[in-house]
Design a protein around this ligand. Structure first.
Ligand code: ADP
Length: 227
């Protein structure tokens, strides 16, 4: 089974991806995570992609496809993949279709999480994560405590409930989140429409505004009834 999971920034793709993969016995591949890993490794490729992603802009297709192709060489993709935040352009969708077709596979369903732009901004600008475990926390929803203050500008440094210092993504500043939201509307949404009309994929819209268990239940219902 091969699935696409999409949604605007902060829609909860990562959280729901864990649930879907567990249910269907497939692996999740997030191009955003692959790109951040490349940046963390400090390679030349990492420096190139950082110029785009740190501004909230899409990384050019040929670079994303190169990074993804490396990941798709691993054996664990043979049972099926949940593509998290991929494809984002029609070009990427076409290349994915070809890769799957060569293996006698096709996309079985597209889940499209929906949240408002205000919620997207609120979730992303107050989201921090544990650099080791990658677990995300929201300053308000998780009632995070201030661990210390920056010596230079006195800005707060937050910690998780177990006291671990949390870090913020470098595309979390409001003007960068706004670019990510705009990019989603201008580039990804039209592509999602084409997945239904031109690629004939089944696209399921899911309300991403309620709390996590409610969204999970909605997705599980779609899986039980359609897949
Ligand atoms: P978001 O949901 O905010 O876009 P992601 O973690 O999915 O967060 O992606 C972070 C960044 O990585 C994007 O803003 C973009 O620069 C880059 N990126 C991720 N996936 C793709 C893709 N398929 N094509 C181009 N750029 C991508």
């Amino acid at each position: 089974m091969d699935i696409i999971l999409h949604g605007p920034p902060g829609a909860g793709k990562g959280t729901q991806s864990d649930n879907i993969c567990e249910k269907l016995g497939i692996v999740a591949i997030s191009t955003g995570d692959l790109i951040r890993a490349e940046i963390k490794n400090g390679t030349e490729l990492g420096n190139t992609v950082k110029e785009y992603s740190s501004q909230g802009k899409l990384v050019p297709d040929e670079i994303v496809m190169g990074i993804l192709a490396k990941r798709l060489e691993q054996d664990d993709v043979s049972n099926g993949v949940l593509f998290d935040g991929f494809p984002r352009t029609v070009n990427q969708a076409t290349m994915l279709k070809e890769w799957l077709a060569q293996r006698g596979r096709s996309i079985n369903a597209v889940f499209s999480l929906k949240i408002t732009d205000d919620e997207s901004m609120f979730r992303c600008t107050y989201r921090l994560s544990n650099p080791e475990t990658k677990k995300s926390y929201h300053i308000y929803y998780h009632k995070l405590k201030v661990l210390a203050r920056s010596e230079t500008d006195f800005t707060p440094i937050f910690c998780s409930p177990d006291g671990t210092r949390l870090t913020m993504r470098d595309d979390a500043l409001p003007h960068k989140v706004q670019t990510r939201i705009d990019t989603y509307h201008n580039e990804t949404e039209p592509m999602l429409g084409k997945l239904e009309t031109d690629f004939n994929y089944k696209v399921f819209d899911v309300d991403g505004m309620p709390n996590i268990p409610v969204i999970k239940e909605e997705i599980n219902k779609i899986i039980a009834e359609n897949l």
